[in-house]
Design a protein around this ligand. Sequence first.
Ligand SMILES: NC(=O)c1ccc[n+]([C@@H]2O[C@H](COP(=O)([O-])OP(=O)(O)OC[C@H]3O[C@@H](n4cnc5c(N)ncnc54)[C@H](O)[C@@H]3O)[C@@H](O)[C@H]2O)c1
Length: 253
Amino acid sequence: MSQPFDLAGRRILVTGAAAGIGRATCQRVASMGAHVLAVDRDEAGLAALLGQLPGTGHASRMMDLRELEEIPAAMIACAEEGGRLAGVVHAAGISSVAPTRLLAPRHYRDVLAINTEAALALVRGFQNRKVCEESGGSVVLIASVMALVGSVGGTAYSMSKAALMGLARSAALEYAPRGIRINCVAPGFVKTQMYEKVAASWDAVQREQIERAHPLGLGDPDDVANSVAFLLADASRWITGSTLVCDGGYTAS
Ligand SMILES: NC(=O)c1ccc[n+]([C@@H]2O[C@H](COP(=O)([O-])OP(=O)(O)OC[C@H]3O[C@@H](n4cnc5c(N)ncnc54)[C@H](O)[C@@H]3O)[C@@H](O)[C@H]2O)c1
């Protein structure tokens, strides 16, 4: 392995590509030579991203990932149009803050569909031999430290993210013989529009408490994108079914 951090010529599908961690991931992997297939429901955000990516061979596809049944078929169509995939990153996600007593199914349906069930659909789509490169590939699911620790009001979100870790472990065993690796990245709080939305309900004391809980400070989207790039590249070829915690020390104490 002469270039363990190279992604030259590899086609990588990234969901949530129009903003935050997904967008930073697209920029990082493109700068490592990958051809990005950017997926999001935000058409304008996708167009802006494509105009900014370094390198060539990038494409985008507008999708609402709540349309779970459409995901595997759309992946086949994308592979037929632009070539097979070497990796998938599921960075699309939504937050949820609500007391458990208010969590009627209609209140958490979208959280589970986008954060969790779309991940399963993407793995199902990727393992298709028409979609995945013959030598295999790497799937990276963006989980959260909220899968590892609790937070008041975080029941639905925590459950949606903890499920990704179980998904990754079992699917990793199933697909290891085909050279398909499946891992999670669990970020702490990262400065994105999602963070700003959640933090909007906090007072100054709560904001300071959250910041102090990260000994290395809050994360930037690039911090997570770099971990994702590692898990996509051959440098991590002996890692599967695992979760890389990328949290500035949030869960160290
Ligand atoms: N920001 C944080 O502090 C933080 C911490 C831990 C984990 N995460 C996780 O990281 C991932 C990215 O978060 P972010 O902070 O970059 O969020 P973000 O809100 O900045 O970006 C999320 C992107 O996902 C897209 N998206 C949402 N629902 C979609 C759908 N139904 N179909 C297609 N696209 C959809 C949005 O359009 C947006 O472009 C999420 O899974 C989130 O749960 C974020």
